[in-house]
Design a protein around this ligand. Structure first.
Ligand code: HEC
Ligand code: HEC
Length: 302
């Protein structure tokens, strides 16, 4: 049974001092070996005996069975495309965006099915459980994700929560077959984009940018690029986009616009590259080309 109050959900995930238990340290060491690059403080945070929410605190046993490697890898691709912008590449949350999925009480306490249901439902700002005043869009804004894919994302999150459950010797990359499943299916009319395009760019280039937009920007700016309430702004009619040349747009996308930036009006972060570090200059240029087309089509429909 979930019975969270606003107060307990607001508790920071920090660690009180004094957990020099030998057992904790040895588990910390195992985790450090498994997840090279993690700071000790993070390993300690995950095993705070006083944090009654974590499944693992005093147990030397993993929180569950070994995960399915193929699902884990597919889940990682999907998570990176659909969730990491708001929840961070390591799942530990992003300031002013999504919550910590790794150490948060709520996702740890839920069953796999319960977690999948939460991801499918999302959490609007009108939900009393919402404490951030930022919406979690249903399926993270990716309506195209199937139940099976959400299940794979759950598998990946379980691995982030307890790396001991990740099978050893996984390949670096998911097989291309799995990657191919990470293509948004539902999207606004591709058949609007034909040569000659409204923007004058080649249709194939615009479509390439559209595919990238659909996986990296849609969660905050919406399928039609008209923006989403309490999240990203309208890009179809943005004067800001219109006034920047392509090079300036790429520079902007690389930098993003944090809430600390005086130009930020929403009090929500625009993360660098929309939170997807895999977007190189060439991909950002394709996305820019897509936005040119979106703007040209919006102007035409007036
Ligand atoms: C556009 C930003 C955004 C995206 C994309 C997004 N989330 Fe969220 N998510 C949020 C916000 C904001 C919250 C916290 C809402 C609140 O309760 O205040 C949240 C909450 C959650 C929670 C509940 C956590 C808790 O402790 O209550 C889960 C689980 C979750 N998200 C999983 C996911 C998964 C999995 C994905 C990818 C499929 C995803 N989210 C994509 C913004 C996002
Ligand atoms: C996690 C949410 C999120 C994601 C993902 C995201 N953005 Fe944003 N974006 C925002 C927010 C919020 C703003 C508005 C910030 C502000 O208040 O100025 C914004 C602003 C912008 C602006 C400036 C618009 C204007 O009129 O000032 C552009 C351009 C933009 N985003 C493009 C993109 C592109 C392209 C992608 C994908 C590569 C992307 N964003 C992904 C949240 C996001």
């Amino acid at each position: 049974m979930m019975n969270h109050t606003q107060a307990d959900r607001n508790q920071p995930n920090t660690t009180p001092a004094g957990l020099a238990l030998a057992g904790v340290v040895s588990i910390g060491a195992v985790i450090l070996t498994l997840a090279a690059g993690w700071g000790m403080s993070q390993a300690q945070q995950r095993f705070t005996p006083s944090d009654e929410s974590t499944v693992l605190p005093t147990s030397e046993k993993p929180a569950g069975a070994l995960l399915n490697g193929a699902d884990y890898l597919a889940g990682r691709e999907l998570y990176n495309a659909a969730c990491s912008a708001c929840h961070g590449a390591n799942g530990q949350g992003v300031a002013n965006l999504g919550k910590d999925l790794v150490r948060g009480k709520f996702p740890l306490a839920l069953s796999d099915t319960g977690l999948a249901k939460q991801i499918i439902a999302g959490r609007p700002v009108t939900d009393p459980m919402n404490t951030t005043k930022i919406p979690m869009p249903p399926k993270g804004g990716r309506a195209d994700l199937t139940d099976a894919q959400i299940g794979q994302i759950v598998v990946y999150i379980r691995g982030l929560q307890d790396p001991r459950r990740i099978p050893a010797d996984l390949p670096e990359q998911a097989p291309t077959m799995l990657l191919a499943s990470n293509r948004p299916g539902s999207a606004p009319a591709t058949n609007d984009i034909v040569d000659p395009t409204a923007s004058g760019y080649e249709a194939s280039w615009v479509l390439e940018g559209r595919a990238l937009y659909q996986s990296s920007c849609v969660s905050c700016h919406g399928a039609d690029a008209r923006g989403l309430p309490n999240l990203g702004k309208d890009l179809a009619q943005s004067g800001f986009v219109a006034k920047l040349d392509d090079e300036q747009m790429i520079a902007f996308l690389k930098k993003g616009r944090p809430v600390s930036d005086p130009e930020n009006t929403t009090k929500v972060d625009m993360p660098p590259k929309g939170g997807n570090p895999a977007l190189d200059d060439e991909k950002l240029e394709s996305i820019t080309v897509y936005l040119r087309e979106v703007q040209a089509l919006a102007a035409k429909s007036h």
